[in-house]
Design a protein. Structure first.
Length: 219
């Protein structure tokens, strides 16, 4: 199991939705083709309690923040270089951190878990599998030093995604940090999306949301 299942994603009454599924099957088939060859290297297992995924989503009238947990995952490392990875995100762990009113917070999380957004009962996990990890030449210290590409699956819809990441490997510990922008419209997360419903004025929720990951894995 090797992968960044960043998943996750989420927002308050302010999330993402997905493009209907006409590209879903093609993307899924492409994913199968791309990952047919196993990644090389040693397996570094994710340390869940030292790893963190945060989400940030916006709507016309505001924004929401929260976090979500990795269920499992691993990075593949060869010669201190990232070669692959696979991650599973626990969609049932979606949480909000900006709302203080407990009743409103509960309503938001319940809505995010519903079929309007992530359909957690039917799709309890999201996954991310790295298909390419290319080092960035002459990357400055502390700056992204890899371009990571992989297949992200949310609500049964799989699409390729690419993002810059900062990866370090030292003394049997690997860490990976990145800010990943996800278009929820590609994953059939429709509520409040103008991609599906046209102009919604101040009721619109933007399709793009960001998941910030900080993953620690050990041999």
């Amino acid at each position: 199991m090797k992968k960044f299942t960043i998943l996750a994603s989420l927002v308050g009454a302010l999330f993402f939705t997905a493009y209907a599924g006409n590209t879903k099957h093609d993307a899924a088939e492409a994913a199968k083709t791309e990952v047919s060859a196993p990644a090389k290297g040693k397996v570094y297992s994710v340390v869940a309690d030292k790893s963190e995924l945060k989400w940030h989503a916006k709507k016309v009238t505001g924004e929401h923040f929260g976090n979500i947990k990795l269920q499992s995952g691993a990075l593949n490392v060869a010669g201190n270089k990232l070669t692959g990875g696979e991650f599973v995100i626990d969609m049932g762990s979606i949480a909000n951190t900006d709302i203080k009113d407990e009743e409103y917070k509960t309503k938001l999380i319940t809505h995010l878990k519903s079929d309007d957004f992530f359909g957690v009962e039917k799709f309890p996990t999201a996954t991310f599998k790295i298909t390419s990890a290319k080092p960035v030449a002459n990357a400055a210290a502390g700056q992204p030093n890899y371009t990571v590409t992989g297949n992200l699956t949310i609500k049964g819809n799989t699409n390729p995604i690419t993002f810059p990441a900062t990866v370090t490997v030292k003394n049997g510990v690997a860490t990976a940090k990145a800010d990943v922008t996800i278009n929820r419209a590609k994953y059939d997360v429709r509520y409040g999306s103008e991609s599906f419903f046209g102009s919604l004025g101040d009721k619109a929720i933007y399709d793009d949301f960001v998941v910030s990951l900080n993953v620690t894995a050990k041999q």
